[in-house]
Design a protein around this ligand. Structure first.
Ligand code: G3H
Ligand code: 13P
Ligand code: ZN
Length: 323
């Protein structure tokens, strides 16, 4: 058993308490490799923001479990070296079973999500409670989910979304003991969130559902998945340099800013980072076809990522200077 405190990490409990009170959200950025991690830490140190380093099941497989522990420990030390020891959470994104959550808790994760949202309600409660009981023995925090987002949820594709039913949240939170709850109010995973014709705005988020959830569980930490905005300038850059992404659409940053001021205290962003990396790599390889040193295209990708994350922290989540 490697406890997360040995790596210098923290769980999300205190961070969420402060975020709900302060009207901002903690960034939950996914990473799979060194450059993404460097960009996240540098952006958060420069803006003095707490951060949730988020690892999906697929990312865990990609990056290797043992390396992940050292990367997380390295991230803590790297932040100090950059001049500011921000609080860092290592979180399992979309945990698919008790076994996956347990394996992560035993190898240094300080927070896990158990995603039983696709299960019948009682089965969701059962597996979530099982994870909570195990996690809390080690002071690891747990995120559950009610309601299904459209798009791809870590190898599970949901053709149809279903909004969270506010009448279920109180019972779910009480019976499972979860520390935070992901809800479905119209966000979705990936870079193709909404089918909108050019010039049209994506549909607004269902703030009425969010408000009803808040009324039923006041002050309880709420999480938004699928919160990439799919910046059109980045998509255009990808296409200018040989890419072919069509009909992409994301959640407007104004809507996310509004959500962050409520009990939403964790906002998940992955796709926007993927787009930024792709745009930067494509640009270098298009302009310099003779380039073959990965540092010369992954370096610019890392710079672009860092700028994107700083923008999110300062202008969307409001978590700057909260570390
Ligand atoms: O919600 C899913 C995240 O964007 C992770 O995606 O399973 O492809 O790593 P992934
Ligand atoms: P995006 O695909 O909108 O970035 O969502 C990421 C996410 O929810 C990770 O869990
Ligand atoms: Zn998600």
């Amino acid at each position: 058993m490697l406890h997360y405190k040995e790596l210098g990490l923290v769980n999300s409990r205190e961070l969420f308490k402060k975020a709900v009170k302060g009207g901002y959200a903690i960034p939950a950025f996914n990473f799979n490799n060194l450059e993404q991690l460097q960009a996240i830490i540098a952006a958060c140190v420069e803006t003095k923001s707490p951060v949730i380093l988020q690892v999906s099941k697929g990312a865990r497989k990609y990056a290797n479990q043992t390396l992940l522990q050292y990367l997380a420990k390295g991230a803590v030390e790297y932040a100090k070296e950059l001049g500011y020891a921000i609080p860092i959470v290592l979180h399992l994104d979309h945990g698919d079973s008790f076994e996956t959550c347990k394996a992560c808790i035993e190898t240094g994760f300080s927070s896990v999500m158990i995603d039983g949202s696709h299960l019948p309600y009682d089965e969701n409660i059962k597996v979530t409670k099982q994870v909570v009981e195990f996690a809390h023995q080690y002071d690891v925090t747990v995120e559950g989910e009610l309601g299904v987002l459209a798009g791809i949820e870590d190898e599970v594709s949901s053709e149809h979304s279903s909004y969270t039913r506010p009448e279920e949240v109180e019972d779910f939170v009480k019976r499972t003991g979860v520390d935070s709850l992901a809800i479905s109010i119209g966000t979705s995973h990936g870079a193709y969130k909404f089918k909108v014709k050019s010039g049209e705005l994506p549909p607004p988020l269902r703030f009425d559902i969010l408000e009803e959830v808040e009324r039923r569980i006041p002050g309880f930490p709420i999480v938004l998945h699928g919160a990439s905005s799919v910046p059109q300038d980045i998509v255009e850059e990808i296409n200018r340099y040989g890419g072919k992404l069509e009909n992409t659409a994301g959640v407007s940053e104004e809507q996310l800013r509004r959500a962050a001021k409520s009990a939403v205290c964790k906002i998940n962003i992955d796709s926007d980072g993927r787009l930024a990396v792709t745009a930067a790599v494509r640009k270098v390889l298009f302009e310099k076809p003779g380039e073959f040193d990965p540092r010369n295209y992954l370096g610019p990708a890392r710079d672009k990522l860092k700028e994107l994350y700083k923008h999110k922290i300062i202008n969307v989540l409001g978590s700057a200077d909260k570390a």
